[in-house]
Design a protein around this ligand. Structure first.
Ligand code: GA4
Length: 356
């Protein structure tokens, strides 16, 4: 990928994209303002495919325990960390991402988000495997519950008759959800820092050095992603500019990278490709990336909520009409995953499933 293409993001043109302030959903409005919240969540998923969640109700001690385990693991010597690798598809990875040659300035642990797999994998990850697996399973349990609450609010906001239509997919005992801890080591140069007075990172001055890419541009394949980071910046989401008055017929446009200010007290929520397909394109999976230019190490913990492998992903009938015909052909999550692993990070995998 060229440096120039790292600065821009090609996304489907949305003529109605307006404000560029990142939506923040305050869950303390529950239960009184449920319908207002569900409307705000739907708007955020339609316009950005992304929002942050404040007052989420997950106890601090669960988050703090999880964070300590991550810090402890990445502080180990490389040879010990490698005992948990390679990440094909689960385990410890360093710089290599996926199976097709993608690289990033990070190291990570990837695992299946079910209690038995976490327990088994902990033996190669931690000196105190029981402690590690308890911390991770408790954290995943809490975050999965948060994801379900958000999915139910989204279903209500879409006026879908069965409000558990999305949440039951990631709650299923056979859910293929996964969990990841990313660690971006500090940058040794201070000249490439991304912290600026403006959250908008492009256009860059021609003199500024190229950004160090921690995790390259991509969309998440699953239904919903819930991320929490420490207080170190780096995450950027791609948004389309407001262009309501531009009526030409190009179907693609340059996007704008917006830096998401880190806030350890909040969670970031990303719409994934499967959610875009289930909502017949009404929600959009957000393209995002992480730049690793900070002088401090960034660590993020991420839950990817996915359906069981045999679940059918097909636009909800309620969201298909004469005016909004089926955008995607039905596919199983297993089929989609196969496509995911045969592509490069930046590829648009959902396009392979578009109706002719
Ligand atoms: C992106 C979202 C999740 O981190 C992930 C990633 C996976 C991996 O790191 O192995 C992928 C990437 C992610 C999408 C395309 C493929 C698969 C790397 C890659 C090049 C765990 C996932 O499910 O898809």
């Amino acid at each position: 990928m060229t440096v120039a293409s790292q600065y821009s993001c090609r996304v489907m043109r949305r003529k109605k994209t307006r404000a560029l302030g990142i939506p923040r959903i305050d869950l303390s409005l529950l239960p009184l303002d449920r319908s207002k919240l569900s409307k705000l969540i739907v708007e955020a998923c339609e316009e950005f495919g992304f929002f942050t969640v404040a007052n989420h109700g997950i106890p601090n001690h669960i988050i703090a325990r999880m964070e300590r385990e991550g810090v402890e693991f990445f502080a180990k010597p490389a040879s010990e960390k490698q005992r948990a690798g390679p990440p094909t598809p689960f385990g410890y990875g360093c710089k290599n991402i996926g199976f097709n040659g993608d690289k990033g300035e990070l190291e990570y642990i990837l695992m299946e988000a079910n209690p038995a797999s976490v327990r088994q994998r902990s033996n190669t990850i931690a000196d105190h495997p029981k402690h590690f697996s308890c911390s991770v399973n408790e954290y995943i349990g809490a975050v999965r519950k948060l994801a379900c609450e958000i999915l139910e609010l989204a279903a209500e906001g879409l006026w879908v008759p069965d409000k558990s239509v999305f949440s039951k997919l990631i709650q299923d005992v056979n859910s293929d959800s996964c969990f990841r801890i990313n660690h971006y080591p500090p940058s040794t140069t201070t000249t490439t820092t991304t912290t600026s007075t403006s959250p908008f990172s492009n256009p860059k001055s021609p003199n500024s050095p190229p950004p160090r890419v921690g995790f390259g541009e991509h969309s998440d394949p699953q239904i919903l992603t819930i991320l929490r980071s420490n207080d170190v910046p780096g995450l950027q989401i791609c948004c389309t500019p407001a262009n309501d008055d531009d009526d030409d017929d190009d179907d693609e446009d340059e996007g704008l990278w917006i830096s998401v200010p880190p806030d350890p007290s909040q969670f970031c929520v990303f719409v994934g490709d499967a959610f875009q397909a289930l909502t017949n394109g009404r929600f959009r999976s957000v393209r995002h990336r992480v730049l690793a230019n900070s002088a401090k190490p960034r660590m993020s913990t991420i839950f990817f909520g996915a359906p069981p492998l045999n679940a059918c992903i097909s636009p909800l009938p309620h969201l298909v009409s004469h005016h909004s015909p089926n955008l995607y052909r039905p596919f199983t999550w297993g089929e989609f995953k196969k496509a995911v692993y045969s592509t490069r990070l930046a590829d648009h995998r959902l396009d392979l499933f578009k109706c002719p």
